[in-house]
Write a protein that binds this ligand. Sequence first.
Ligand code: E4P
Length: 221
Amino acid sequence: MKFFLDSALVDEIRYALEMWDIDGITTNPRHVQVSGKPFLRVIQEIGALVAGTNKTVSVQTNPASYNDYQAIVTEARKLAALSPNFVVKMPSTEHGFKACSILKQDGIRANLTLCFSAVQGLQAMRMGAFYLSPFIGWKESNAEDTDGFIEDLIAIRDNYDFDTEVLVAAVRNGRQITHAAASGADIVTASFAVYQDAFAHPYTDMGLAKFQEFWDKTPYE
Ligand code: E4P
């Protein structure tokens, strides 16, 4: 399963590429706003970090166009022309799906974001989504049961041989990463802090402290 970093902070992305060998980056309007930089500047800076690789950067179209597929297509063409690494995010709405199918004919890859049901996922796959982003964390924050959601999306994809990659998004902890992997998800995207926490364990630290005591009391030669 591929690990994507959900961030628009260049320093975080650079670190995650170098230390964790992350496979791609996802951004959203919140991340871009947090970066403190203009949208076009920050996405191009991120694109430059992965230039010459096959790592993708998902960049989001204006949410205001959710009900206007022509506006999504126009903006997506402009964004895709900026970097061969860009995959363009559009919403899991009727117009987002329609835009995705038009863009696929141009060879532009779409990430269908804000997916909360398996049937939205099915329609995204039918319309040619390159990535489908089910938002696990948001569903769970809303007290919704996510059991079976990722499994259903993978089963739908495999039953009908769609070529969409299921990108589990809004991941909040290592348990959700593990669950995504065990369900056969293709990719997870999570924040820098979630990966840092997930890669550590208090027993590892405790064990290191214990071993250090013995190490320090033992002659080396
Ligand atoms: C995914 O592509 C989204 O950017 C992301 O996971 C959204 O969720 P969050 O910002 O609440 O984590």
